[in-house]
Design a protein around this ligand. Structure first.
Ligand code: C2O
Ligand code: CU
Ligand code: CU
Length: 499
């Protein structure tokens, strides 16, 4: 198989039935990860990682594969997602086994209109239980792939929901089974979900989609398991990919492009830069801002987060890179390095850049506040089997599926305060609703948020407090957690019951 197309079209190069059993056989119960009660998840002995030159870049960035709409009825999107192992030839030393939706890494792109009915048939052909969580989307809790709403190996499940009219935005989907989410995501299970507004003021601008993921590859071609450092700090691979490609070229092909960018890594903070170009931010997780924010030199996109940008063709080519960001990793860690993600080839393109609308949409801060919630992130060091063990806590405890941590009332405006008392940054995420950050507190100083934006992920730096407003629109049980997936899996997650 040509490497160029490996991630977007990975149709079975190897017999799939043999893969899952081989993967299971590889696990070795001798070594235990640091921290957490992860006895059921032994670590494999370390195989050296592939050299950073093992993957070659320079190919043109490919578009995402769309998920086929099996319905012909207007207002109904029907699709099928099959999670299964797939083997790909990335390096000559040996094949790489991904776990993929419909043989594509990243998974197929779902595109619907706000207000649409969505029915996705999920078939689990993995050796582990899984779920599909519709990250950021306002869907009922019983359709949101909660950690205990498992689809067992070999089982099928229909997810169905009707989206509200006002939820246009840049979402994604990924597995959420408790304990196995990090592995399922780093092995390739994640895809994007775009909800469009019939009256989108930016409709007509050609779109480009960048799904950024991490790949930690062994010398033998296989995806490395998590080691103790990954479990503590969150996993980062030696390769950062865009749409499954290493250091692709992005040739700007219109006077102006609308970019949607997803941070689909387990734990990597993407401190994005684009040389001396200037981009305009127009959207966040939950859709458009009220006004464009021009002249952006870069953007911090934390795990789980999305952004929309307007990129103009110009005369210079620039490098899309992830600059060094210190997020407070613990223990003995490799020094942070700047990562080149892509080359943006930006020759001037015939045509005119459309005039930027002054207003993108009406946004209003929800109010008045009827209730308050406090969430405190902390960490605790302890000794376990003679090893230091780190626990990441929410409100002093670890996740318990059967405990209700917070209760909210349907339709009530709440102010949440997220205090990070840990030494590491943690990206806060909540399911099923978007929020608007109002202010942050650092060193006793209040920093009001510069503009209104709908988000479902917000970074909380070490020592910082973030305040936001949120309203719940569905009864039932929701999760809120750190979106460093290893922390979420280790118990940095809570249950919110909406009554
Ligand atoms: Cu992407 Cu529980 O989240
Ligand atoms: Cu989510
Ligand atoms: Cu965390």
């Amino acid at each position: 198989m040509k490497r160029r197309s490996f991630m977007t079209q990975m149709a079975g190069a190897f017999a799939l039935s043999t893969i899952s059993s081989r993967l299971l056989a590889e696990t070795n119960p001798m070594t235990m990860p640091m921290g957490h009660d992860m006895g059921a998840k032994p670590l494999q002995p370390a195989v050296p990682l592939a050299n950073i030159n093992a993957l070659k870049g320079g190919q043109v960035l490919q578009a995402l594969v769309p998920l086929k709409n099996e319905s012909t009825r207007n207002g109904l999107f029907k699709g099928t997602l099959i999670a299964a192992p797939v083997d790909v030839g990335l390096i000559s030393a040996g094949k790489t086994t991904f776990w993929a939706y419909n043989n594509a890494v990243p998974g197929p792109m779902i595109e619907v209109m706000a207000g649409d009915r969505v029915e996705i048939l999920f078939k689990n052909h993995l050796s582990q239980a899984s779920t599909i969580h519709w990250h950021g989307l306002p869907v009922p809790p019983d359709q949101d792939g909660n950690p205990d709403d498992l689809v067992l190996p070999g089982e099928t499940r229909l997810y169905q929901f009707t989206l509200p009219k006002d939820c246009a935005g840049t979402y994604w989907y990924h597995p959420h089974p408790h304990g196995d989410t990090p592995e399922q995501v780093y092995r390739g299970l994640a895809g994007v979900f775009i909800v469009r507004d019939p009256e989108d003021p930016l409709a007509g601008i050609p779109e480009r989609h960048l799904v950024i993921s991490d790949l930690k590859l062994q010398q033998d071609g296989q995806i490395a398991p998590n080691d103790a450092n990954d479990e503590m700090n969150g996993r980062e691979g030696q390769f950062v990919l865009i749409n499954g490609q290493y250091q692709p070229q992005i040739p700007i092909s219109a006077p102006q492009e609308r970019w949607r960018i997803w941070n689909a890594t387990n734990a990597r903070y993407l401190n994005l830069s684009w040389g001396d170009a200037r981009f305009t931010q127009v959207g966040t997780d939950g859709g458009l801002l009220s006004r464009p924010v021009p002249d952006q030199k870069g953007l911090l996109l934390v795990p789980g987060q999305r952004a929309e940008l307007l990129v103009n063709a110009g005369v210079r080519s620039v490098t899309l890179a992830a600059e060094i960001y210190q997020r407070g990793k613990m223990g003995v860690v490799a020094p942070e390095v700047r990562r080149v993600l892509a080359d943006i080839k930006s020759a001037s393109v015939a045509g005119v850049v459309p005039a930027l609308p002054l207003a993108l949409r009406q946004l209003a801060l929800p109010g008045p506040v009827k209730a308050k919630k406090l969430v405190v992130f902390s960490e605790k060091m302890s000794m376990q089997n003679g090893q230091h063990s780190m626990q990441f806590l929410i409100n002093g405890g670890q996740f318990d599926m059967n405990r209700v941590d917070l209760v909210s009332r349907l339709g009530e405006v709440e102010e949440w305060e997220i205090q990070n008392k840990a030494d590491m940054d943690h990206p806060f995420h909540i399911h099923g609703a978007q929020f608007m950050v109002t202010e942050r507190l650092r060193n006793g100083q209040i920093h009001p948020e510069p503009y209104l934006a709908w988000r479902d992920v917000v970074n909380v730096t070490a020592g910082e407090t973030v305040r936001f407003r949120i309203v719940q629109h569905f009864r039932g049980r929701r999760m809120f957690h750190c979106h460093i997936l290893e922390h979420e899996s280790a118990g940095m997650m809570g249950n919110l019951l909406v009554v």
